[in-house]
Design a protein around this ligand. Structure first.
Ligand code: ZN
Length: 456
């Protein structure tokens, strides 16, 4: 049994000192005690916090970070020109490449303080669009990466069938994603089998890619297919996407989901950067989780999520690194809060009367991230998975800091280099700020990058 002692920890009822956590079988927290002196046989840390899930990721995109910042021939670069470059990049990727890139991404997520990778996985087939002999080959590779990195994995196989709301065929850059509903259900079943060989905390959900990429009536089939797991879908990210859905269905995407989708707390809608005020209020009140990706949404010029109105309507949030151009927990939260301040000319926009900005956001993303991941986590509590991260109490950013100011200093003044340790379901994968298999994972990634080359 593992025992961890922390100088301070953020528990469900607030900050406590001298916290002793005992982790039992299956990586769950077996007991929790406070005001204890450090026992000799316990692993000692500074500030112990619940490690959230990274709720939205396309792992392979990590390998093209930094390659899309040039002006193209178009007068104006946009999400849509970026997407063309992304399609050209993924044409080269083999299952081996996908596995090594996913391992690097998961390692970086752990080092950033995330315990779980919720992978929105849509790169399924060979470059010519034919399935591999094993329909779930690519999903198996994401699972293999999780075995190397020790991250908690929630796999979301993605159903991507059409090139637009008019049900046009997939374009040449999209044929590696394509499945009709029947083949998707086979892929989903095969992915479930893969999880049998992974640790018991791994999970599966389902992901209709977007209202552009599936027949709208198939959304209801996905709600059935999810079983007890989560359903994720991209929603209302881009202006042109909202216009296309409205032209096809007579409703804007969020209106469509509220009218026809019966959303609940096990639905996670990604982005939601293009919502009218009544859509924000309505979707928040449905209980659905908003899967926010502030760094990627900044990078792609998606727009600003209305976090103030969302929380006023008791909305839940999760945070993901999406394109993985940067994998940084503190920077995601800082970017989210600053986007609200810049829009509203305000400060502490997402704080509550009881909790500071950093405390409210870290707790909110933990709770919403747990539902979005279909995982028994979200707080340091008896019976929950031991998804934990620790900050170095000796960091200069924490000098003289107590309580919520610890989190605000981490998010607004410091960065992820303050993280000393991370556990995922009790697996102690980050120690002294580094993943325990960092050397081997990075070596394989560098070899992969030599193979695929640096240009798009
Ligand atoms: Zn995405």
């Amino acid at each position: 049994m593992t025992r961890i002692w922390a100088e301070q920890a953020l528990l469900q009822d607030g900050w406590r000192k001298g916290v002793l956590v005992e982790i039992g079988a299956g990586g769950t927290i077996k007991s929790l005690a406070t005001d204890r002196p450090k026992p000799d046989d316990a692993y000692s840390t500074g500030i112990l916090l619940p490690a959230p899930a990274n709720a939205h990721s396309h792992a392979f995109q990590r390998a093209m970070a930094g390659l899309t910042e040039m002006r193209g021939p178009d007068a104006r670069d946009s999400f849509w020109t970026w997407r063309q470059l992304m399609y050209r990049f993924l044409e080269r990727l083999t299952p081996d490449h996908v596995e090594t890139i996913a391992a690097l991404v998961q390692m970086e997520m752990l080092e950033a303080g995330y315990a779980t990778n919720v992978e929105f996985h849509y790169l399924h087939h060979q470059p010519d669009g034919m399935p591999y002999d094993n329909l779930a080959e690519m999903a198996e590779r994401i699972g293999a990466a999780a075995e190397q990195t020790g991250i908690g994995l929630t796999l979301l196989p993605v159903h991507y069938q059409y090139g637009g709301c008019d049900q046009r065929p997939l374009g040449s850059g999209q044929i590696r994603f394509g499945n009709d509903m029947n083949r998707f259900e086979n892929l989903h079943a095969a992915t479930k089998e893969i999880l049998r060989n992974l640790p018991a905390d791994s999970a599966i959900g389902t992901a209709p890619h977007s209202l552009r990429a599936i027949a709208a009536e198939d959304f209801a089939r996905h709600m059935q297919l999810r079983g007890n797991g989560p359903l994720h879908m991209h929603l209302a990210e881009q202006k042109a996407e909202v216009a296309e859905v409205e032209a096809a269905h007579g409703l804007r995407p969020v209106e469509w989901v509220l009218r026809h989708g019966a959303p609940d707390e096990r639905c996670c809608f990604i982005h939601c950067t293009r919502m009218k005020p009544d859509e924000t209020a309505g979707l928040a009140r449905s209980g659905a989780v908003a899967g926010l990706c502030p760094i990627t949404e900044s990078s792609l010029g998606d727009g600003v999520f209305d976090g103030v109105r969302w929380f006023e309507n008791a909305g839940s949030i999760a945070i993901g690194s999406d394109s993985n151009i940067r994998i940084s927990l503190s920077e995601e939260l800082r970017t989210l809060e600053y986007s609200q301040r810049l829009r509203d000319h305000s400060r502490a926009a997402l704080a509550t009367p009881e909790k500071s900005t950093g405390r409210h956001l870290l707790e909110a993303m933990n709770t919403g991230g747990a539902t979005a991941a279909g995982r028994n986590c979200g707080a340091i509590a008896k019976g929950m998975l031991a998804d934990l991260f620790a900050l170095d109490a000796k960091s200069i950013h924490l000098a003289g800091r107590q309580g919520d100011a610890i989190l605000d200093s981490f998010i607004f003044a410091g960065d992820d280099r303050m993280i000393s340790d991370v556990w995922s379901a009790g697996r102690h994968m980050v120690q002294a700020g580094q993943h325990v298999n960092r050397g081997a994972i990075v070596r394989r990634y560098l070899h992969t990058m030599e193979e695929i080359g640096g240009a798009i």
